[in-house]
Write a protein that binds this ligand. Sequence first.
Ligand SMILES: [Zn+2]
Length: 183
Amino acid sequence: MKRCTQCNTAKPFGDFQRRAASKDGLQPRCKECVAAYCRDRRKAHIDRIRAVERAYYEEHKEELKVRRADYFQQYAQEHLPEAAERQRRYRKKNKERVYASLKKYRAANPDKVRRWSRKAARRQREKLGAVYVRMLICDGSPLTHADIPQEMVETKRAQLQLRRWLRDNEGSNNNEGTPRTGA
Ligand SMILES: [Zn+2]
């Protein structure tokens, strides 16, 4: 038996780790006490690290926020095309199911959907999105959106861009027609 210098308990030799430098070849403290000591050390260490991290965070909060936003944006930009493509494939494959759930959602949230589609229409008009441009082409004609080839959309868009530019820079009085659903 050997008495631990820490907990002052007499324990069998097997409860002490070996230590070549000691006279009896064993650690002065029992395994249990050594383990507890290590645990405490680690905990104190971690608390200190966390405190430093917290202080750093508080001091750099705003800049970290910006950096995180940048990172997120970059990530989104890199992954958006494939995500959109995945979504498009899913919608194509599950047309009926998607349509049914959309219909259900629309019935349950009429105000939300109205606000949304108004916003989407505004965005389409601002950005001269394909849906908006197709709508302008079809307006007052028997054509439907599906009849409009992509090149025609691009030509029309270029024309609209030019007109907008003229309107903004030379004050020419122009509107793009009377879109049926423009907000
Ligand atoms: Zn002990």
